[in-house]
Design a protein around this ligand. Sequence first.
Ligand SMILES: Nc1ncnc2c1ncn2[C@@H]1O[C@H](COP(=O)(O)OP(=O)(O)OP(=O)(O)O)[C@@H](O)[C@H]1O
Ligand SMILES: [Mg+2]
Length: 370
Amino acid sequence: MNPPGDASGQPLPVAIGRYRVLGSLGHGAMGRVLRARDPNLDRDVAVKLLREDLKLGAAERESLYARMRQEARACARLSHPNIVGLYDIGEEPGVGLFLVFEYVEGPTLEQQIAAGPLGPTRARELCRELGSALGAAHRAGIVHRDIKPANVILAATGAKIADFGIARIPGSTLTQDGRVLGTPAYSAPEAIETGEIGPAADQFSLAATLYEAIAGRRAFPGDDAVTVARHITGSQPEPVAARAGVDPHVDQVLARGLAKTPGDRFASAADLADALAEALDLSPRGPMPTLPDARHRAHREARATRRDLTVLGLGVVLGASLTASAFLLWPASSGAPSAAPSPPDTPPHRRSDAPRPAVSVLPRDADAAR
Ligand SMILES: Nc1ncnc2c1ncn2[C@@H]1O[C@H](COP(=O)(O)OP(=O)(O)OP(=O)(O)O)[C@@H](O)[C@H]1O
Ligand SMILES: [Mg+2]
């Protein structure tokens, strides 16, 4: 007899491959995650199963599986203390393709933020951990494509990025009840507009994730996918520094990581994380950094006008594909939480004890022009 079902309402299998199922860890847009025991190695693992209700034809499913096997092989070579290790991939009748990950104990960053924003000290550690993990992945030629608070697990030994190695289902994929998979809340503008996802898109998603960790609310809030997509492609997130009690450099660094054009972001996600960690270390009373020069302002304004036109076009595309269907599993926390931020975990004046590091917040081409 199968054990009782999980929160998704689906029954739990007794075993998947050689892994004995112990219980459910949760579920998301792509599928569900079960805790299981590997009897050969005598350790717990997290087994990720794909949704059973994907509206995929046999050929589409086989192509998705082929991509997943290929990505899994690449990711299995990634070994980093801040990345959830991928141990195995398999296929089982009645279950389909499944991935076996390192089991990590701890809340997700999404759960942690629901209890309040991280103070500057913890946020700085998070920058170092996630920046180091993404830096290593990008150097190995691996893009995550879905960096978000729900994919960061806060283990006792430090934060770990989950779900590396999962080939994403194209945004157009529908489930059997016609809903679209995924949420665009952390997607880069270029990913929404063209589906183009590279390391710079991961950097944008990392910046949106770190913004939320510091602010305790989403960078691009909205009750539906179209509103969120419009914010991402067309508006700047509200500054957070004053509210969070951190230096204004933090806003400058986040704004650069969240730049609409990939070329205006930092050279790498690791550079963004380093700059943000340094900015979080500053006293809130520090002087404002040099602002981008007039040439870049004019350039940005011209681009904003072009973007407005693009968003109009995007509205038509999104309206057609998304309006009638809410994004699947749209989190209840998608709006801004009402709770006021908790006080920073280090008094701001203490952070000024250290020598002030130089924080570069200019677009890359501006740096080069100086
Ligand atoms: N390696 C792991 N170890 C322990 N728990 C995990 C692990 N991976 C995922 N989980 C738990 O399972 C839950 C569901 O994960 P899942 O990846 O299915 O959801 P998600 O990240 O919200 O959505 P998505 O399908 O877009 O990735 C997570 O919120 C987390 O609590
Ligand atoms: Mg996940």
